[in-house]
Design a protein. Structure first.
Length: 216
């Protein structure tokens, strides 16, 4: 785990916070704090709460206020206003599944570190032109998986990735072994049935297994 404060995190730092960034879909904001505590206790401090549910922004606010060891970010940032609202809610980083110049400008304007999503060499080159070297690779498995990322490493050695989408406990270590992968993202840490049941022990154990993956 990197010892950083909210103000000094860079985009590149986001790839080094933990081997896995849990991608969380929350239906109930009351689950946010115990869920975040379980993930942090398991060893995964960086948490991406996706803006797919009405509970997401209040959940981000509560985690930011009540779980000081968590580094909570917003995922599924797809519109400029998503970036602004996430920052206002207390998000400490932003993640988008894809990127456009307009969305990129909105994320930059928040002052928060962010991981813009890419799935092709051209998209990665466009970000590199703007000095952005840390990216989400999405949807990782469907877009070509480990072989695709390995191939990008030849011509684009400066680009580093957080593959997300189809990453599992079975393939995470293979991704993490690549030199251009800093961490992976995935939803497997917080299964819907465990969240609904408040089974924080199970989530803590899943997080601990993921944290033990280390960086390849
Ligand atoms: O919501 C977003 O911003 C996304 O980009 C999608 C998520 O990263 C994936 O849905 C996680 O993928 P799984 O681990 O396969 O469930």
């Amino acid at each position: 785990m990197t010892d950083t404060t909210p103000t000094d995190l860079t985009n590149a730092d986001l790839l080094g916070l933990a081997p896995v960034i849990p991608v969380v879909v929350l239906e109930d904001e009351d689950a946010a704090v115990p869920l975040a505590r379980a993930l942090v206790e398991g060893g995964l401090p960086a948490i991406e709460v996706t803006l797919r549910t009405p509970a997401a922004l209040p959940a981000i606010t509560r985690i930011a206020a009540e779980v000081p060891d968590a580094i909570v970010g917003a995922g599924t940032v797809v519109r400029p206003e998503d970036a602004e609202r996430s920052a206002a809610a207390g998000a400490r980083f932003l993640v988008s599944p894809g990127c456009t110049p307009r969305l990129q400008a909105a994320m930059v304007a928040t002052g928060l570190p962010f991981l813009p999503g890419v799935a092709t060499a051209s998209e990665a080159v466009a970000l590199l032109e703007g000095g952005i070297t840390a990216m989400k690779f999405f949807p990782a498995e469907a877009a070509g998986g480990r072989a695709y990322l390995k191939a990008l490493g030849g011509p684009l050695p400066d680009a580093r990735f957080c593959p997300t989408g189809g990453v599992t406990p079975g393939n995470a270590a293979d991704y993490l072994a690549l030199p251009n992968v800093g961490c992976v993202g995935g939803s497997w840490l917080t299964p819907g049935d465990a969240v609904r049941a408040g089974d924080w022990d199970r989530i803590r154990a899943l997080a601990a297994d993921a944290a033990a993956l280390g960086k390849g």
